[in-house]
Design a protein around this ligand. Structure first.
Ligand SMILES: NC(=O)c1ccc[n+]([C@@H]2O[C@H](COP(=O)([O-])OP(=O)(O)OC[C@H]3O[C@@H](n4cnc5c(N)ncnc54)[C@H](O)[C@@H]3O)[C@@H](O)[C@H]2O)c1
Ligand SMILES: [Zn+2]
Length: 339
């Protein structure tokens, strides 16, 4: 069990790493707390929810939309939730994104925390305070940056995580390695799913290393003026594919990283695409895909990293060193056309 506190520009987050969810009652007052979860997590762990106020949502990215937010708000009103209420998202990234968003708009803002239950949410989605929802095919189009008061990891929750969701989570881990951590990349090359899944200690260490890596990036650049942009590696194309082709977030990002490597080969000195592709495939992720280039480009150009006619694209100089380059939309359309 490890308790850490990380400060951000105007708030701080308590991390309770490798705790049990049973400790939640020591962190937040049961009576004044509402847990938000999805059906899968609730059904797999219903005992853990006993004695708590719970809102259960349908599972899946298609529910990360305003209609769900409205439904949650109505339930909060029914429960007479007030400004002293704490919301805790217990689930994957869809649940943590929705919970942070609702908590930031209900009565102009409640305290909130997360118990991430998927690998992806533990290493990525629960960290950094980006809370938001999708609008049709446009990912995370609406939302805000606001940090959770606490994040609690209970490793035993992962026992029920389906295999494809493990793969999904490794996409963001490989992303972190590519942009910032060559040593971790090497470790991923040498290890395998089996090794991580059979050795509780190694997966626990991997999760903490990633959670801390992301947290440090956010501390340096909470509002994404520079360094934080690196975390979008694979996400510009990835987001354009995700809802259009109903991919898992990690799968979409994996394809996005593959093509971002190829763009890097053209625009930086990058020469290690094959290594990245091999690691992605080793962890069960898709790399090359055929897609409707026009349709995907039309969605891609609405990405939040666009500034007028230029897109800030995250590329690699080498494994472990991400960089941001501005590419004109015309040039980008050209590159994508030639994939
Ligand atoms: N805010 C951010 O900074 C950030 C970063 C990365 C990703 N995201 C968002 O996160 C989402 C993806 O997160 P995700 O992959 O966790 O998706 P998710 O929340 O849909 O969870 C994946 C699936 O696993 C199930 N599940 C989760 N935990 C489980 C458990 N312990 N046992 C059994 N089943 C379990 C869920 O019910 C769901 O079906 C995307 O919407 C993405 O945009 C946000
Ligand atoms: Zn992501």
């Amino acid at each position: 069990m490890k308790h850490l506190n990380y400060k951000f520009s105007n708030s701080s987050t308590d991390f309770y790493l490798a705790y049990g969810i049973s400790h939640l009652k020591e962190i937040t007052d049961r009576q004044a707390t509402v847990l938000i979860t999805d059906e899968n997590v609730y059904n797999a762990h219903s005992k853990r929810f006993k004695g708590w106020n719970v809102i259960i949502l349908k599972a899946g990215e298609e529910y990360k939309v305003q209609a769900t937010v409205d439904a949650v708000i109505e339930q909060l009103i029914e429960m007479e939730a007030d400004r002293k209420t704490t919301l805790v998202g217990v689930g994957g990234g869809v649940i943590t994104d929705i919970t942070g968003y609702v908590a930031s708009v209900y009565m102009r803002g409640l305290r909130f925390g997360f118990v991430p239950t998927s690998l992806l949410a533990m290493v990525d989605a629960s960290i950094g305070g980006k809370n938001g929802i999708d609008v049709g095919v446009y990912k995370n189009m609406v939302g805000m940056i606001r940090q959770p008061a606490f994040i609690l990891h209970d490793m035993s929750l992962l026992n029920t995580l389906p295999q494809r969701e493990w793969e999904n989570g490794f996409a963001e881990i490989i992303k972190h390695a590519c942009i910032k951590d060559a040593a971790m990349f090497k470790q991923l090359e040498e290890n395998s799913f089996k090794i991580y899944q059979n050795r509780k200690k190694s997966v626990c260490e991997l999760i903490q290393r990633n959670a801390i890596l992301k947290t440090r990036v956010i501390q340096q650049d909470e509002f994404e003026k520079g360094e934080r942009r690196l975390l979008n590696f694979g996400h510009t194309l990835g987001h354009a594919l995700e809802n259009q082709y109903e991919l898992l977030h990690g799968q979409a990002v994996s394809i996005g990283m593959t093509y971002a490597c190829h763009i890097s080969e053209q625009l930086t000195e990058f020469k290690q695409t094959e290594k990245v592709v091999n690691v992605l495939e080793k962890y069960g992720l898709p790399t090359y895909a055929s897609f409707n280039k026009q349709k995907v480009f039309d969605i891609l150009k609405m990405d939040k990293k666009r500034e007028k006619k230029e897109m800030n694209y995250v590329l690699l100089e080498k494994i472990g060193k991400g960089v941001v380059r501005s590419i004109s939309l015309n040039h980008l359309a050209n590159i994508i056309d030639n994939f």
